[in-house]
Design a protein around this ligand. Structure first.
Ligand code: XIL
Length: 344
């Protein structure tokens, strides 16, 4: 009798696990595994590539959150002053809606990928402030209600923990961040508002600068809901204190998201490197899972053929969970395990 009970319990457990792991085609998916831990799994997408069937299918089946890799940046949506082009951003939001996915909006205020008319416009500080606030009102307003979280401000600090120079900082000083956050709250009151940066995933001057700054925003009552850790890592060198850093940011009383994860490998990638990469992916997922306020993980692309890595980090590549033939690499199983394995 006791044996029978054990057998029944084991069968029930197996069934529960199978349910967690079952994707549309009867296989485990990244989004399904993340969902089992109450989180999302997302990726940055190129809306143009959604016309290609294998890409679209991976995006539709694996993800529960999507981010436009470039389509919502200022240079994309307003290449000429006053002439907006929302087509690609709209397409991505429509895709997410059709598949029940969240959208992380990226990004409203950044020093990079700005339109030339803005960079070369010789605007006064007052004009720049008005332009920034109007841009936020236009873009966050257009997608009001459709965006789960906005990277309102991207990359405000330098690696040594100083304010990064930009037209925004030059015009308004560090206050530009609070001004942007308030404008975003007004434009879309339900979106979670984030500050997002890289090289803040390990203790150091930049991480401390972001931590102290978010603490000051909270003290001053500025609307800030989350910190985005971009997490562009190198296989075998994922920060050992990542979990501590995630928890430290969460202790400020904000959400934390891994927003641009990729783990690059020095090419050519052999089996050993792919295994090390899989371990690193799992450790990032575990760090998130061990932090109640870590809401989800987004990778910067899905497949290696469409990653920004080879063109930005010479000699590196193979940074994403699926290879250039859209086949899962060892990282995929490692991520799924990271979300679903029993806590140690
Ligand atoms: C990158 C895109 O992936 C590239 O296609 C583009 O050429 C440059 O920008 N941090 C960010 C992202 O916040 O917006 C960047 O995306 C990668 C680094």
């Amino acid at each position: 009798m006791a044996l029978l009970k054990i057998a029944v319990a084991a069968a029930a457990l197996a069934l529960a696990l199978a349910t967690i792991r079952a994707g549309a085609a009867g296989e485990a998916t990244l989004g399904g595994a993340a969902g089992a831990s109450g989180r999302y799994f997302g990726a940055a997408l190129d809306p143009d590539a959604l016309d290609e069937r294998p890409y679209r299918e991976l995006a539709a089946t694996q993800l529960t959150c999507v981010t436009p890799e470039n389509a919502m940046k200022w240079g994309s949506v307003e290449p000429l002053r006053g002439e907006y082009d929302w087509d690609r951003a709209d397409a991505l939001v429509a895709f997410a809606k059709a598949h029940g996915q969240k959208v992380r909006g990226h990004t409203l205020v950044w020093h990079s990928q700005l339109p030339l008319w803005l960079i070369n416009g010789a605007f006064s500080p007052d004009e720049l402030r008005s332009l920034m606030v109007a841009h936020i009102a236009a873009e966050a307003g257009r997608y009001r209600g459709a965006i789960y979280a906005w990277d309102v401000v991207n990359e405000p600090f330098t690696d040594d923990g100083n304010w990064r120079n930009s037209i925004w900082r030059e015009a308004m000083g560090p206050d530009y961040v609070a001004i942007a956050l308030k404008a975003a709250r007004a434009a879309d009151p339900d979106a979670k508002l984030y500050v997002n940066d890289y090289n803040v995933e390990s203790a150091g001057p930049k991480m401390r600068a972001l931590y102290d700054f978010v603490a000051s925003l909270k003290r001053d009552g500025v609307p800030i809901d989350g910190v985005g850790l971009q997490s562009h890592f190198v296989a075998g060198k994922t920060p050992a204190d990542f979990v501590a850093v995630v928890q430290k940011f969460a202790s400020l009383g904000v959400d934390v998201a891994v927003t641009e994860l990729d783990i690059r490998i020095r090419l050519p990638a052999d089996d050993k490197a792919l295994a090390a990469q899989a371990d690193d992916y799992a450790s990032v997922v575990r760090a998130c899972r061990e932090t109640p306020r870590c809401v989800g993980v987004t990778t910067w692309g899905i497949t290696d053929d469409r990653s920004w890595v080879p063109s930005f980090f010479s000699g590196y590549g193979a940074a994403l969970p699926f290879d250039e033939n859209y086949r899962p690499k060892p990282a995929v199983a490692a991520i799924i395990d990271g979300f679903t394995e029993k806590a140690p």
